[in-house]
Design a protein around this ligand. Sequence first.
Ligand SMILES: Cc1cc2nc3c(=O)[nH]c(=O)nc-3n(C[C@H](O)[C@H](O)[C@H](O)COP(=O)(O)OP(=O)(O)OC[C@H]3O[C@@H](n4cnc5c(N)ncnc54)[C@H](O)[C@@H]3O)c2cc1C
Length: 284
Amino acid sequence: MQLLTIIGGGIAGCLAAWQAAEAGYQVRLYEPKRLGAEASGLALGVLVPSTSARPLDDLQRAGCAAWESLAPRLAELSGTHLPQLYRVWPRGGQLNLAVMFGALEKALLQLGVEIVTQHARAPATTGLTLWAAGWENRAVLPDLTIRAGVACRLAPCGLNDLLVGMGPGVQGIYAVPAWDGSVLLGSQKLPGDELYVGAVPTETLAELRSRAARLLAPLGTAEVLEAWVGNRPTSIPRLPLLRPVGAQAWAVAGLGGLGYALAPVVAQEFLAAISATRSGHSQP
Ligand SMILES: Cc1cc2nc3c(=O)[nH]c(=O)nc-3n(C[C@H](O)[C@H](O)[C@H](O)COP(=O)(O)OP(=O)(O)OC[C@H]3O[C@@H](n4cnc5c(N)ncnc54)[C@H](O)[C@@H]3O)c2cc1C
């Protein structure tokens, strides 16, 4: 079996590890913290089939469609009850991130993926490699930028559907009920392209809620139970999502605010790239 090294255990690294293990690769996944420790664990898990212009739009749709079979398979492999992991809305879908990475870890181990967490950083590698280190992919992709995103959890306020803001003033706002009845609201961009750490600025949270209130008035007044910020890896231009960075190495080129919808597509592209390399049909 050919060894494949994956650097980073966010949604991009985990899905690539899963698909590659099922395709017969020996997969070693390096993650210094825990699976879903960064942007992937701080997201809402919303699967939005369409928010932007083609061709990204088509990839989003393909990724959302892929989850229709990935989610039941993940539930089966990890012994998770599917309705606790995934649900479909009239305008999209949603993954329950509170159970997602536990399920992924079980599934990956079951498929024989070696998950290495002892190392602070993945070692230098010369074999088949995927860089899926989120914003830390800047180490191999100098044009990668960071767009910090903000989210909060609100007390239950009568929201029983996925709301996606696409009109003027509500661009990119998602509001979705969590599995426990609270409401997840995100993801307002923080200004600037720098890594953001610390508390969510009061004015940013207020702006997020005021935009959301244009979608549904109670979102502007419901109690905020918690608020957080995560650093989304973004690149402009967005495509290609997967870029060669060495003879046998590729990097995920910035999933931005759409990582859950796009990760299955990147995993498929990656598998196609490494199998083409292995059979000698193309050189990256
Ligand atoms: C508030 C917020 C809400 C969001 N909501 C949604 C949503 O509803 N739907 C959606 O599709 N997207 C959403 N996103 C975007 C989504 O979270 C990201 O696009 C996606 O998580 C990026 O995944 P990733 O695997 O590329 O990166 P990450 O999740 O950042 O994973 C990278 C991993 O690599 C590890 N790592 C870093 N350096 C190294 C190294 N040298 N060696 C080994 N490991 C390393 C890190 O510890 C980390 O675990 C949201 C983002 C935020 C911040």
